[in-house]
Design a protein around this ligand. Structure first.
Ligand code: ADP
Ligand code: MG
Length: 394
């Protein structure tokens, strides 16, 4: 998967190290609602702290349009300090003279957190001045944000033009976790896909189909496939503009590797307390919508998972946020986690579902980055990784 230096290759004691982490966590009522990504990033921060570096951490948070206070990093700094058990100094800007002075003044082992990288308009444009601003804060840059490595932004790619740059341990773990599955999966290799939109995952479907023994598809996306096969899916989620492409996939030589639900849990409206019924896939009432795979399908998917030696799962089987439509996701998650083979789960909502069920520690590899993981599975080179390559060449 390309070549890059790691923390083993650089001396950090007494030096300033900028970590681009993925601390993009949900915030509710001014506090961190789920600290999974903070905990995942912690070992890298601790390692650099203990190695005597001045540790400067940055991340984006949410999708600010401007500098709205609800996207400020204060709650993230507080939670990082809490789970880390060390002080975290939160700075009020992303780059600039005041930040440089603060970093200069910090002692080895101190941890500073920059403001939301997306508070700078140049971040998403990969503006070279902003990239130089990041580089001015550091002697070494550590890209540890797998979840953002598929985006060519100033804090993920641009900065690596100006300062020695290495892959962080979390990034390496992610890349290797997914890479080993892609390179040489044990067979039977089963991929389970769900989630809302088939358009998000058509690339993955196409690139993985030749490698898998079986691809089980549930979630909202299965209805576009069912409609493409000629079923009436009522008011279920369908992406009409993808029907043709989906028909092409189903008709390809690999189409018979795809497993679609036989029964569906349907609802009379899109609501947590909607009326729920289980119907066969050829009996979805016209004004009802499929919000989960049915119990027979859940059993069949679970059995297929248990019979596989490697499983990759992305995307919930239904609207798992609502208890009434959680059963399919629950069954798949349980089959996956009492499975002895190699199991990889990727995707923000899939990981959230596992956590909701208390099963997150039971898989071989839990991927923090949804989009980046999917792009890797599509066989694309992540821009963040590509930007590290030149430092490994000399
Ligand atoms: P991930 O983040 O794991 O990649 P996605 O973002 O693709 O997953 O999809 C997750 C979302 O899909 C969830 O919010 C879930 O409620 C929704 N979803 C799953 N099944 C359905 C369905 N049948 N109809 C509508 N939405 C669905
Ligand atoms: Mg998602």
């Amino acid at each position: 998967m390309g070549k890059y230096l790691t923390l083993d290759d650089v001396d950090v004691a007494g030096r300033r190290v900028l970590i681009r982490a993925d601390l993009n966590v949900p915030i509710a009522g001014g506090a961190v609602a789920d600290d999974f990504r903070i905990r995942a990033s912690l070992p890298t921060i601790v390692r650099l702290r203990e190695a005597g570096a001045t540790v400067v951490v940055c991340s984006h948070l949410g999708r600010p349009k401007d500098r709205e206070p609800e996207f400020a990093m204060g709650p993230v700094a507080d939670r990082l300090a809490e789970v880390g058990g060390f002080p975290v100094r939160k700075l009020d800007a992303v780059v600039g003279p005041e930040v440089e002075v603060a970093v200069e003044a910090a002692a080895p082992g101190e941890v500073l957190l920059l403001e939301n990288t997306r508070f700078e308009l140049g971040e998403k444009k990969n503006d070279p001045d902003l990239a130089r601003g990041f580089a001015a804060l550091a002697d070494v840059f550590v890209l540890d944000a797998f979840g953002s490595a598929h985006r060519a932004h100033a804090s993920t790619v641009g900065v690596a033009d100006h300062v020695q740059s290495v892959a962080g341990p979390l990034l390496v773990q992610e890349v290797e976790g997914i890479g080993s599955l892609l390179a040489d999966p044990p067979h039977p290799f089963t991929v389970v896909l769900g989630g809302a939109k088939v358009s998000d995952k058509l690339g993955v479907i196409k690139s993985l189909l030749p490698k898998v023994d079986m691809m089980l598809i549930g979630g909202g996306m299965c209805f576009t496939l069912l409609e493409a096969e000629g079923y009436e899916v009522g008011s279920s989620l369908v992406e009409e503009d993808r029907l043709e492409e989906v028909r092409g996939v189903l008709a390809s030589g690999y189409g018979d590797r795809i497993g679609l639900p036989d029964d569906i849990a349907v609802a009379d409206r899109f609501a947590a307390d909607a009326e729920r019924r289980v119907v066969a896939r050829d009996a979805i009432p016209g004004d009802w919508m499929g919000l989960d795979i049915g119990p027979d399908t859940a059993r069949a998917f679970a059995a297929a998972i248990r019979g596989s030696r490697a499983v990759f799962w992305n995307g919930p089987m239904g609207v798992f946020e609502w208890e009434r439509f959680r059963e399919g996701t629950d069954q798949v998650a349980r089959a996956l986690t009492d499975h002895a083979g190699y199991t990889v789960v990727g995707g923000g909502d899939s990981v959230a579902a596992l956590r909701l069920l208390g099963l997150e520690s039971e898989v071989s590899h839990l991927s923090t980055g949804g989009g980046a993981g999917l792009e890797m599975l599509e066989g694309k080179t992540l821009p963040g990784l590509a930007a590290l390559e030149k430092w490994a060449e000399n």
